[in-house]
Design a protein around this ligand. Structure first.
Ligand code: LLP
Length: 438
């Protein structure tokens, strides 16, 4: 079993209270307040090692952590320390990578509408690869590279035309996608690079087929399509591309019903597809980039909440309200995502009741978990929602003018605040009343 197949962080223990990283989560809630994101360092390092081990047999593999899943200085320090490069999509992520001390040559800049300022920052900070998404960007990037007298290493982002079974909003590899070049446009862009964009140095191709993927078959198909394209490019343009980025997407286990493949299963699908495809199309084995986000960080994270009010509707349901919700975890509302939780201070209570965990935000859809069996809850109890490491803090908002929670990193019974809780002052810090309104 690999870590993405676990509901809980690898250090989760039931000692009547829930412990993570050797820390009593109830004490963490008291010390730092709630809602509180808790991140387990050991879980992050374990899954990073599982990835390295699983793909270790492939001679030229480059692991990249997809920063969009959770991006802060401490997290980037840990994943880069584990040898990962970074997949970034904005100047904010690039700047965080730089400030975290990342090797910028192992940073990839990806995205469908990079601005001039972002491209300039990326070039100034020495970002190693650009994934060029469209014609406009190729022109712009070349122009900026010329003005700086630099040659830029690029991958071409392509849409491989694969539909995998995940939520529509997080599917990216199908033909009708806003990302990347359609396969029919590849020759045109390569001709432009060969004849016009002299400061772009084409190294390879890049695709990403979606997120929260449960079928390794999709990766098998993707690799086959990409290798076929490399062979075609060699044939048509006489260019040997040595790099192939297959994106991220491996799923995680949010509920007991979820059965994501292991990292080993992913690796064997990718490497066997590669072996077969390079024989079939007789090309030299390219370097493979893989850029997981969710599967690296999701399981390591949990969110602690304090129970407040409740409302019982006879014959319908009992709502128990928490002190957070859709602003710190928008995923249930956006994707109908399901989560699992425990009462962290009542781990051994046997008598359970069926409740719906509601958020505190002014929207009826702000429900974190519908119908979950939990011990009878009272105000002040601590709820731990599992698997909130990915796409929770990174998509958090200040809806209802609620300050964003803090994040602590736990390891070996120690806890450190890695992101401070926002204050009321933070909420108004960048606002001004124009003189004429005074
Ligand atoms: N590479 C590219 C080009 C991507 O677009 C993404 C995610 C990744 C890698 C990382 O995928 P992962 O391994 O994390 O699945 N907000 C959504 C997920 C959006 C994913 C966007 N792209 C959610 O909460 O489910």
């Amino acid at each position: 079993m690999s870590t993405n197949q676990s509901l809980k962080p690898v250090t989760a223990e039931n000692r009547e209270h829930l412990y993570i990283g050797g820390c009593d989560t109830v004490e963490l809630a008291q010390k730092y307040g709630t809602p509180l994101y808790v991140l387990d360092e050991k879980t992050i390092r374990t899954i990073c090692k599982e990835y390295k081990h699983a793909f270790g047999g492939y001679k030229n593999i480059r692991m990249m952590y997809a920063c969009k899943s959770l991006c802060n200085l401490a997290v980037l320090r840990i994943v880069t320390d584990e040898g990962f490069g970074l997949d970034t999509v904005s100047s904010g992520e690039i700047y965080t990578a730089y400030k975290a001390g990342a090797d910028m040559s192992k940073v990839l800049f990806n995205g469908n509408n990079k601005s001039k300022e972002e491209i300039e920052l990326a070039l100034n900070l020495g970002v190693g690869r650009f994934s060029v998404d469209n014609f406009y960007e190729a022109e712009l990037l070349n122009e900026i590279a010329v003005s700086q007298g630099k040659s830029v290493n690029i991958l071409l982002r392509i849409t491989p035309g694969i539909e995998c079974h995940t939520h529509d909003y997080i599917q990216t590899g199908q033909i009708d996608s806003k990302f990347g070049f359609d396969l029919s446009q590849i020759d045109e862009i390569i001709n432009l690079i060969k004849n016009k964009y002299n400061n772009l140095n084409l190294k390879g191709i890049h695709a990403h087929i979606g997120s929260q993927i449960f079928e390794t078959r999709s990766y098998y198909d993707e690799v086959e399509i990409l290798v076929k394209e490399l062979a075609r490019i060699k044939e048509v343009h006489g260019i040997i591309l040595e790099e192939m980025n297959i994106g991220g997407g491996l799923g995680v286990k949010y509920t007991e019903e979820d059965c994501p493949p292991s990292v080993d299963e992913l690796a064997s699908a990718v490497t066997s597809a590669m072996k077969n495809a390079i024989e079939k199309y007789s090309i030299r084995e390219p370097a493979i980039y893989i850029e997981p986000g969710r599967s690296i960080i999701s399981t390591a994270g949990v969110t602690l909440y304090t129970v407040g009010s409740s409302k019982t509707i006879p014959g319908v349901r009992k709502y128990v309200a928490l002190d957070g919700g859709m602003a710190d975890n928008p995923r249930p509302g956006m994707y109908q995502a399901k989560y699992t939780a425990d009462a962290a201070n009542k781990m051994n209570f046997c008598e359970k009741e069926l409740v719906t965990l509601a958020g505190r935000f002014c929207e009826s859809g702000d429900i974190l978990i519908e119908n979950i069996e939990l011990p009878r809850l009272e105000p002040g109890d601590i709820i731990c929602v599992y698997n909130t490491g990915a796409y929770n803090y990174s998509m958090a908002s200040n809806y209802n003018r609620v300050a964003k929670p803090a994040m602590v990193l736990v390891n070996n019974s120690q806890s450190d605040m890695i992101v401070d809780r926002e204050s009321l002052e933070d909420l108004i810090a960048r606002e001004n009343i124009p003189d004429r309104l005074r």
